[in-house]
Design a protein around this ligand. Structure first.
Ligand code: ATP
Length: 293
């Protein structure tokens, strides 16, 4: 039996993010178009004879204890499936942290899948998603990956066709955004516009990249973008340098720009660096594969 697994945990961006309504339990009903990106954490999971969970990471900023989503995933799998062995997990972080790219949820999904394989549980994707949603609304999507419409609180998923190839520039300005704060300060009643999610799905189906790019929109930008003008500045530079579109992902602060060519994306990246708008910048692309099938 395999004793160690090395998995890729891909980050995501939201091509579209709409909030439909606030639910009584404090959650929000959303309609989002999720897309995996090539940028991924590397998650190594090793079986250990001792009945405990050890988390290590190559970044000091993330908690390596029970607060880590990878820890929570391992604990839940141990409890749910009566696993008495322990696991050692190493997180090689590449996805920017607290960035609106679901880095923690991606690691969490990788651990759920990894433990399923490591302990020969034979769980289906649906079973893993049912466990995963207990740990976070984005986890069921991260287990699936690719392009998907995400509804409900994020757990009702419909797989979509791959959008056309393009070059992505991911830029995370050096600020910390609290997802809770953003949702709490979203003024749903006074929002003047909502993203055309259905139109975006049609464009994806038709492979119409430019038309899709015209529609990219995120309602949470009305909160995060107002609080942090750097987001708008980054978008402005990206568009000036030839991006088809530039939008914030999730609750932010990461901004992604969609380009046709790597060279143009690179020039925009250099401009953003020169202007001192952000240090964490990545050239990436859509990831079309499934997350560790
Ligand atoms: P989302 O897009 O789902 O809102 P995010 O990209 O904004 O997530 P994460 O990178 O998942 O945010 O991290 C948010 C916080 O969660 C971090 O500040 C960190 O303290 C904590 N955290 C827990 N587990 C992890 C993990 N495996 N990787 C990164 N952060 C983690």
């Amino acid at each position: 039996m395999e004793q160690k697994l090395v998995l890729k945990a891909h980050g995501k961006i939201n091509l579209g993010l709409d909030v439909v309504r606030r639910l009584e339990n404090g959650y929000h009903e959303v309609r989002m178009i999720m897309q995996s990106v090539e940028l991924a954490d590397i998650v190594t999971i090793k079986k250990s004879a001792e009945d405990n969970i050890v988390i290590r990471a190559d970044q000091k900023t993330i908690p390596c204890d029970e607060r880590n989503l990878a820890y929570k995933a391992a604990k839940l799998m141990k409890e749910t499936y009566g696993i008495s062995d322990g696991v050692e997990i190493f997180l090689e972080k590449h996805i920017p942290v607290a960035a609106g790219m679901a880095g923690g949820s991606a690691d969490c999904a990788a651990v759920l899948k990894g433990m399923d394989e490591l302990f020969c549980l034979g769980l289906t994707l649906e079973e893993l998603q049912k466990t995963g949603v207990k740990l976070g609304a984005d986890v069921p999507y991260c287990l699936m990956g690719g392009c998907a419409l995400s509804e409900g609180i994020g757990e009702v998923l419909t797989g979509l066709k791959e959008p056309p190839e393009c070059v992505l520039l991911l830029v995370k300005p050096d600020i910390n955004v609290s997802t809770k704060y953003v949702y709490r300060n979203l003024k749903l009643e006074t929002l003047e516009r909502h993203p055309d999610i259905d139109g975006m799905m049609r464009d994806i189906e038709n492979g119409a990249l430019e038309s899709l790019c015209e529609k990219l929109e995120n309602v949470l930008e009305s909160v995060t973008g107002k609080q942090y003008p750097v987001i708008g500045k980054i978008e402005h530079v990206m568009k000036e340098e030839g991006a088809l579109q530039a939008v914030m992902s999730g609750s932010g602060p990461t901004v992604f720009g969609i380009f046709k060519e790597t060279e143009t994306a690179r020039k925009a990246m250099n401009k953003i660096r020169e202007k001192g708008l952000a240090r964490e910048v990545y050239i990436s692309g859509f990831f079309h594969g499934k997350n560790n099938p």
